[in-house]
Design a binder for this molecule. Structure first.
Ligand code: PEP
Length: 250
């Protein structure tokens, strides 16, 4: 089954609205109209409305980096799925390792966030990945399969069809260390096998992105692997030139 190639940029806590305007204007200027790559940018919340306006005539899609598991109410500083949709957002990153590590998001919260996103029509980019300690202890597969199983608990088939998974080994994020194409492929294949156990109907159709220090020069090797359907890019998505080069490699 053919799957879309997806390149998503996670801007993290970078870019004011003015800087967002500058970066998106450069991306639009170098966008290839005939490209079949699904390109997504995920600016911080405060830049979503300016990004949405700028992208209205572009094929580049807008994503957010997080959302609340709640629909509305007394949850100071939280942002709901409905608010994201009203701001023009289509995709949302859920379960990023920085959220798991620094903000103590666990599998059950991530499961609730996936449900909140999917039930409101947002398309989640669901992140999984092991730490260095877990890899060195030979636990990578166990950790990733647990994150998948717990995160996807209770999702309907219809909802599962709207998921994109991102495999992001924590030790490769922002570290300049990338998984080799073979290491990444082995885990992507394992993820696909786990998806088949959770719901056979989605295994071959779910895009699985790799994330962790993806740059133009390592992207080609990663994208040549059969189970790698694109990338979630952090640092290299903050420059139009380096992000475009990764898109060209896809
Ligand atoms: C990320 O944070 O999702 C990421 C992959 O970051 P980087 O590309 O900077 O390693």
């Amino acid at each position: 089954m053919s799957r879309p190639k997806i390149i998503a940029g996670n801007w993290k806590m970078n870019c004011t609205p003015a800087e967002t305007k500058e970066l998106i204007t450069s991306l639009i200027a170098s966008e290839k109209s005939e490209s079949e790559i699904v390109t997504i940018v995920c600016p911080p919340f405060t830049s979503l409305s300016v990004a949405s306006e700028l992208l209205s005539e572009s094929s580049i899609k807008l994503g957010a980096q997080n959302l609340s598991e709640h629909e509305s109410g007394a949850y100071t500083a939280e942002i709901s799925a409905g608010m994201l949709i009203a701001a023009g957002v289509k995709y949302v990153i859920i379960g990023h390792s920085e959220r798991r590590q620094y903000y103590h998001e666990n599998d059950s919260l991530i499961n609730a966030k996936l449900k909140a996103a999917l039930n409101n029509g947002l398309l989640p980019i669901f992140c999984v990945g092991e730490s260095l300690k877990e890899r060195e202890a030979g636990k990578s597969q166990k950790v990733v399969s647990g994150q998948l199983l717990n995160g996807m608990d209770g999702l309907s088939l219809e909802n599962m069809r709207n998921l994109t998974v991102a495999y992001e080994p924590v030790w490769a994020i922002g570290s300049g260390k990338t998984a080799t194409p073979k290491m990444a492929q082995d885990m992507h294949k394992y993820i696909r096998e786990n998806l088949a156990k959770i719901e056979p109907a989605i295994a071959s159709s779910t895009p699985i992105l790799y994330g962790g220090s993806v740059k133009a020069d390592n992207a080609v090797g990663l994208f040549s692997q059969p189970d790698i359907d694109g990338a979630l890019v952090g640092g290299a998505s903050l420059s139009a030139d380096s992000f475009m080069k990764i898109i060209e490699a896809a």
